[in-house]
Design a protein. Structure first.
Length: 284
């Protein structure tokens, strides 16, 4: 199987061009290639497929083999791959995902994509649609008990569920202990991605993320979008202004246009290397 390893500010995936390749068991392949000791090493697997409704389709799998609906960092890399490797020859493209068709604007430098702006769509704030078990229609700064401690969270879906938790210190957080407890909490029927956030100023926040099915990652695009929306809902950053979200792998620029209720994310996409791997033992 030929592949390309790419990352969006450290959120790395193995990408396979399914215009040319066939992956019979993507869950098994995702688990193998994601292993950082015996595989290629990644946060998961993303298949780039033909689509009847868009320029291409993104089909993503987490490192535990579970299928994901949407990945903001991943879709920027899909766009870069599609342009750089000749699937498209235009700078405004569409990508089908399990969360609907997304539209992307590409910035080109020296013939290659350097930055990508993604229309991530409208944030979902209705509790039943996120989904999150709640007594109210929206979940904003709501208490939740996790491992015997009370936290306050805001729930947002960007095609996948997010719980945004604010705290004074994220650098010293033992995320590997609290992350799994949030992910599998009974209040989140489909599990949840959890963002632990420190507000730096009215335009800037810092976050760490525990992604369902992957653990802590260096970056999460949908999570950064959820954090920007939650920060506006909680009055922690200025409305109608871009929010810089600082992640372990780098910064993303997020703008929630409340007039058309669309969230826009801008950030880099990077190719690491191309390669080929033998998956015969998996039946591929």
């Amino acid at each position: 199987m030929k592949f390309t390893k790419m990352h969006g500010i450290g959120n790395d995936y193995v990408y396979v061009n399914c215009f040319k390749e066939t992956v019979k068991d993507p869950s098994a392949v995702a688990k193998f290639v994601s292993d950082r000791h015996f595989g290629i090493g990644s946060d998961g697997l993303i298949l780039i497929k033909p689509s009847d409704i868009a320029d291409c389709e993104m089909d993503m799998y987490n490192l535990d083999g579970s299928q994901g609906a949407m990945c903001g960092n991943g879709i920027r890399c899909v766009a870069k791959y599609a342009y750089d490797y000749g699937i498209v020859n235009k700078t405004n493209i569409s990508v089908a995902t399990k969360s609907g068709v997304k539209y992307l604007d590409l910035s080109i430098r020296d013939g290659k994509v350097s930055m990508v702006k993604v229309n991530m769509g409208a944030p979902i704030l209705q509790a039943t649609l996120i989904p999150v078990v709640a007594q109210t229609e929206q979940v904003i700064n709501t208490p939740i008990e996790v491992d015997g401690k009370t936290y306050y969270f805001t729930a947002v879906s960007m095609g996948n569920p997010h719980a945004v938790v604010y705290m004074d210190d994220v650098d010293g957080l033992e995320i590997e202990k609290i992350g799994p407890s949030f992910e599998s909490h009974v209040n989140f029927p489909d599990r949840v991605n959890t963002e632990f956030v420190k507000v730096i100023d009215r335009h800037t926040v810092q976050m760490r993320v525990w992604e369902r099915g992957s653990g802590e990652t260096l970056a999460c695009g949908t999570g950064a979008c959820a954090v920007a929306v939650a920060s506006i809902l909680n009055g922690l950053v200025d409305r109608d202004q871009p929010v810089t979200v600082k992640l372990l792998g780098g910064d993303l620029n997020i703008f929630w246009d409340e007039n058309d209720d669309q969230v826009y994310m801008t950030g880099p996409a990077t190719t690491v290397f191309d390669g080929e791997i033998d998956l015969a033992f998996l039946g591929e």
